[in-house]
Each structure stands twice: as structure tokens, then as C-alpha cells.
Design a protein around this ligand. Structure first.
Ligand code: NAG
Ligand code: NAG
Ligand code: NAG
Ligand code: NAG
Ligand code: NAG
Length: 385
């Protein structure tokens, strides 16, 4: 517009130039045009610099985009890579998902403020009867956790729209609730949680688990731990080394064979180790069949071989095997007393970052749905939430 105004102003001068001298007029007029053009350029860059200084480059870019590219849809910015997926439902196959989940940046320093989160991964058959207790536990700590649920594919969950569990189901593809498919489901949970670059620690829980402390204590306990809480011990008896199969050599030899609880807590590095594993998976799938239980040996053995120095070799999920038998005790309404909760949450002995500690368990199982009401009643007083 400015350019057009200039040329029409010039047009007025033309007759004057014509009258004086036609041969001299042409270069003079060119010179005048050039000077005017220069002035316009200087004025325009002056205005641009002022606008950029005043309003920042972004507003300039966005106004330019909105005026010149009305069809523009998604910002091709860093956000695309660091924002967690808005919808957990995707149609990636396991193969595609595992590939995507194991992409790791080479530069270790994040170019943005990364608040590390804990991924709470629930491996369940059906509903989450203790959800109201967990809701209370999570309340007020948004941004420090994320939730993932892998339930049996035939189960369709219904949570209130305002529940922290709403729309946190990941696509489950288990065909049978077998032992190896249990490990595959855990792998799938880890892979989905890895898609959020802010998830730093990963906890596997079941529908019968409860937290034993308030969120802040659990968050700091886990984040400040130099070790991952994977139960892994060398049991020389028939239920430990007795389950080892010589066909697993040379990948796994008997001195590396470990046993541990399925309910682990691991960091991002170890989560990637598990998701990318193609070395130990076939060995365990073929040679660890009942009476060898793959969910008790696969991850503890594999991680001991690959990163034993990063393991605390103990679980942070308390469970009661004292009643004997093949299954741990389940606690119902009548078991839940103040004394009982104090006993399981405090005064244990363990090492935490190479020091003696009495806080050893952050979660406990197994609790029946009937335990919910007494737990809700006692939690503020005894468990701190
Ligand atoms: C996933 O969906 C996209 C389109 O929405 C389709 O092109 C792709 O083939 C699908 N992938 C699978 C594995 O179903
Ligand atoms: C969490 O529990 C710890 C120990 O029981 C306590 O010191 C701390 O104040 C509690 N934090 C909150 C936010 O309630
Ligand atoms: C098992 O592997 C470890 C580490 O590679 C090695 O030190 C040990 O000698 C091996 N044991 C046997 C019985 O092969
Ligand atoms: C756990 O066990 C591994 C060997 O299996 C060992 O290297 C590691 O130091 C142990 N972790 C702790 C915290 O003692
Ligand atoms: C830790 O506890 C053990 C006994 O369980 C004891 O022998 C050791 O001296 C304690 N260490 C410290 C630093 O208190």
C-alpha cells in the first residue's frame, strides 16, 4: 500500500520534470525513486525491529502465520515431542509401539524444564475397587504422576469423567491370561508409559494394592533413590535355582538366575531395557514353563545381568506370605485396624541408598474390596492421606 502511494506522489512530479529538461529528468527521477525506496525500506525495518522487541518474535510469527496460512493446523514445535499423548488409545501394534517407546535422545540435558513424573501402572483383570482410596492419595499432586491401566481386553472400565483413572486405559491385546502374556502386558504398560518423556520412574501395581504413605513421601523416596526397587535374590532351593533350565545358557547361567516379586519399581533406563529385550524373552518363553513361573524370574534375572548394580534387590510392595500356601494373604474388612496398618507401614529394616532405614515399604497388597471403607476411615490418621 505504501509503495502504491509513493508512485502516485511521483506521478504528480512528472509534469514538472517534463517542463524543465527531458534528457536530465530520467536519471534524476530514477534517483528520486531509489531514495524513496530506500526510505521506505528503512522505515519498514525500523517498524519490524520495534515490533519484535516489543511483542517478541512469536507474536510476529503467529500473526504472519494466521494471516498468510489460514489452513495451518498443528504447531511443528518442540511441544509435539515433549507433550504426552492426549489420548492413550492408539492403534500401534506391539512391534510398532515398542520401537517407538525405545527412542532415546542422545543429548542428555533437556532443553526445557522437565518435571520428572512417576508412572503408576495398574495391571488388573477387571475393575479397580480401591480407586476411591487412590483418588484421595493422588489429590493435589497433578503434574507429578501419570496413570496407566492394563485390564483384560474383554473388560470395559467406567470411571467418572473427573476421576484420575478416567480414560487412562491402554490398548490391551492379551489373548490368554497366561504367565508369559502377563510379562508381555507389563512390557506393554512400560512402553505406553515411556511415550511420555516426563515419566522417570515406573511402578507396577495391582487392583489389590494400597499406598502406605502420603504422596510427597513416596515421590521423594523413589526419586531420590539411586537404585530401582526390583526384588531379585538368589534362592538355592527347588523354587529358585531348581527352576533353572540348562538350555538357557549361554545367555543365562545358573549363577545369574534370580527370583523376585512381580511388583517392581524401575527407572526409565531399565524400563527401556525391558521393552527392547529380544535376547532373554525367547529363552524364558521356551524354557521357563511351570513349575518355572516366568513372572517371578524373567525381569529380575535379565536386569541382574544387564544392570545389577542399579537394583536394590528388594521390593517396595509389602505382602504377607506368613499364612503359607501358594497365594499370599488377602485382607478384608475385619483385618483393617489402626494397629495392623501401623505394623505394616512402619518399623521394618532395610537399606536405602546404602543407609539403614525403617521405611522400607511404600505399597502393600492384597486388599479385598471390603477393606475399602475402613481404609478410607483410617488413612488420614495412620497413612497420612
Ligand atoms: C492405524 O490407523 C491409521 C489411520 O488412522 C492407518 O493408516 C493404519 O494402517 C492403522 N494401523 C494399524 C496397525 O491398524
Ligand atoms: C507426608 O508424610 C511425612 C511423614 O509421615 C510427613 O513428614 C509430611 O509432612 C507429610 N506430607 C504432607 C504433605 O502431608
Ligand atoms: C556365569 O556367568 C558369569 C558372568 O559371565 C561367570 O563369571 C560365571 O563363571 C558363569 N558361571 C558358569 C557356571 O558358567
Ligand atoms: C543387588 O544385587 C547385585 C548383584 O546381583 C549387586 O551388584 C548390587 O550391588 C545389589 N544391590 C544392592 C543395593 O546391594
Ligand atoms: C545398620 O544395621 C545393621 C544391622 O541390621 C548394623 O549392623 C549396622 O551397624 C547399621 N549401620 C548403621 C550405619 O547404622
Amino acid at each position: 500500500m505504501q509503495g502504491r502511494a509513493v508512485s502516485s506522489e511521483e506521478g504528480k512530479d512528472l509534469p514538472v520534470a517534463n517542463r524543465t529538461n527531458q534528457t536530465k529528468a530520467l536519471p534524476l527521477r530514477l534517483l528520486q525513486l531509489f531514495v524513496l525506496f530506500l526510505l521506505v525500506c528503512i522505515a519498514f525495518s525500523g517498524i519490524s525491529i520495534y515490533t519484535v522487541r516489543r511483542f517478541g518474535i512469536q507474536s510476529m510469527v503467529t500473526t504472519a502465520r494466521s494471516s498468510f496460512q489460514p489452513c495451518y493446523e498443528e504447531a511443528n514445535s518442540l511441544d509435539r515431542w515433549i507433550q504426552p499423548p492426549s489420548d492413550l488409545l492408539h492403534n500401534m501394534s506391539d512391534k510398532e509401539l515398542f520401537w517407538r517407546a525405545t527412542l532415546v535422545p542422545k543429548i542428555k540435558k533437556y532443553p526445557f524444564r522437565r518435571v520428572p513424573k512417576i508412572a503408576f501402572m495398574f495391571l488388573t483383570k477387571g475393575p479397580l475397587p480401591l480407586a476411591p482410596l487412590w483418588e484421595r492419595f493422588f489429590k493435589g499432586h497433578e503434574g507429578l504422576y501419570s496413570i496407566y491401566i492394563h485390564s483384560h481386553p474383554s473388560f470395559h472400565a467406567h470411571f467418572h469423567p473427573w476421576s484420575v483413572f478416567n480414560r487412562r486405559q491402554i490398548p490391551s491385546q492379551v489373548s490368554e491370561w497366561g504367565r508369559m502374556s502377563m510379562c508381555d502386558a507389563e512390557k506393554r504398560l512400560l512402553a505406553n508409559a515411556l511415550l511420555d518423556i516426563s515419566n522417570e520412574r515406573f511402578i507396577l501395581l495391582s487392583e489389590s494394592c494400597i499406598p502406605l504413605n502420603n504422596f510427597s513421601l513416596i515421590y521423594h523416596y523413589i526419586m531420590k533413590s539411586g537404585y530401582s526397587f526390583m526384588g531379585a535374590f538368589d534362592d538355592p532351593g527347588p523354587y529358585g535355582r531348581g527352576r533353572y533350565n540348562l538350555n538357557m545358557a549361554p545367555e543365562v547361567n545358573i549363577s545369574q538366575w534370580r527370583k523376585g516379586s512381580q511388583w517392581f519399581e524401575i527407572n526409565r533406563k531399565l524400563a527401556i531395557n525391558i521393552v527392547e529385550d529380544a535376547t532373554y524373552h525367547p529363552k524364558f518363553e521356551t524354557f521357563c514353563r511351570p513349575a518355572c513361573y516366568v513372572d517371578e524370574h524373567y525381569f529380575p534375572t535379565m536386569l541382574t545381568i544387564q544392570a545389577g548394580h542399579l537394583l536394590a534387590n528388594r521390593s517396595i510392595t509389602w505382602v504377607d506370605w506368613s499364612r503359607g500356601g501358594a497365594h499370599p494373604a488377602t485382607f478384608g474388612r475385619s483385618d483393617i485396624t489402626e494397629e495392623f496398618l501401623r505394623r505394616i507401614s512402619k518399623n521394618h529394616r532395610c537399606t536405602y541408598n546404602k543407609r539403614n532405614s525403617s521405611t522400607c515399604f511404600l505399597f502393600a497388597r492384597k486388599f479385598a474390596p471390603s477393606a475399602l471403607h475402613p481404609l478410607l476411615e483410617l488413612a488420614p490418621k495412620v497413612l497420612g492421606y
